[in-house]
Design a protein around this ligand. Sequence first.
Ligand code: AHR
Length: 505
Amino acid sequence: MPAPCTAEVFLDPHFTTGEVDPLLFGSFVEHLGRCVYTGLFEPGHPAADATGLRTDVLALIRELGVTMVRYPGGNFVSAYRWEDGIGPADLRPRRLDPAWQSIETNRFGLGEFTAFTRAAGVEPMMAVNLGTRGVAEAGELLEYCNHPRGTTLSDLRGAHGAPEPYGIRLWCLGNEMDGPWQVGHKTADEYGRLAAETARLMRMIDPSVRLIACGSSGSGMPTFGEWESTVLAHAYDQVDYLSLHAYYDPDATDQASYLASAQDMERFITDVIALCDAARARHRATKRLSLAFDEWNIWYMSRQRPGQGEWPRAPRLLEDVYTVADAVVLGSLLITLLRHCDRVTAACLAQLVNVIAPIMTEPGGPAWRQTTFHPFAQAARYARGQVLQLHVVSPTYETPKYGDVPLLHATAVHGEDGVLTVFAVNRDPAASLPLTLHLGGFVAAAPVSHSVLADADPTAANTLAEPDRVTPRDLAGTAVVNGRLTVTLPPLSWNVIRLPVASVR
Ligand code: AHR
């Protein structure tokens, strides 16, 4: 049978996957390169507020729609002493940061981070150091942050200007402890025991915390699978989430497979769900673990330069410039996260500013949006409500890594605002893809809108010289006829189609 040259999506208001957790639109701030220093924090910058936060960056973070921010690492956290970042700023120690071969001044620490989360309107997600430190230090950090008052540590927080507890709910039990690059790297048995004991103490101090155990730092890790099973054998009862990390390198692979990176993410998620549910069965548990995809992005890793044996302050590290193609791939990764919203209930785009980030800044200069800013901002804004189970019919193309892959990647959300939003990616770099949406029991009202991110040059990017070279544009609206809507998805494009729903049959 010849492959169809158009795509079709069948929707039904009664077939839903689940409600989108707003924590799916999290991001990540690490003490790495210029993410903190001269990124979101730059005392003396013309746009800085009295605390040194850049208000131009805060405005972009709000526009991006980020709901939650993980901190302070990443690899950085595994050698970090949280006490270095509290108290009078001029008394804080300067330390070596072995993870990124940099000098850490500790000018920005816990108090500054919580002030940042309030200013940005985001929920904090804190990581504890389980590399060079352990159970006791994690408990002390939690007591400092969340205990109301009347102990040395909670009163110390008060003395540092924060009499009210920070009330931090989300806690990562270390970072990428399976990775040989991690300071304090552990075997799955060592980490599983440590995570379980740390979790037990943390829950004794504050029973309201939500705890995230480290899963694998990538599906390609040689220990993937075994790591999850062993860690959960120790810690299943103590934790709420298992983490996943994935980065996709545009340079490291062929273009056809790169455009299909969501296939890898899809497989990774379904494998980790299976591993979590196998552990659940072994524990005879009623609790089902959630997945926290707390690092995901596109990363030109092969362009990373090794350290030069120097120890610079806030060096320009991992400052990838993203193209239109990268934005389309990032959009397809967002679609995959949404399609698994029943199990993936937290996620962090890594990272937020300057370091593999949607927002870039110049020291003393402007801040601007990368191409990848746009799909994230649109999804964070419109993907609120019920994700629908779609039936998708699409032509396919061949990839060396994933075999035949559909040209269309899509999901749809029936929003709390009564609007039906279809997010759709056309992976074909050469041809438009006509798409018919069969609306089933949705009775649509006018007007229908269609926003698209695409460019005749898929390598186009936003830069300091041309910060708005790539932005989404609106295509002329099409009308619904007999319960069907036909739109054209331009070559290699990210599309957001919005239909107000008059009623549901
Ligand atoms: O986000 C950059 C780095 O990637 C993080 O520090 C680490 O956790 C991961 O390997």
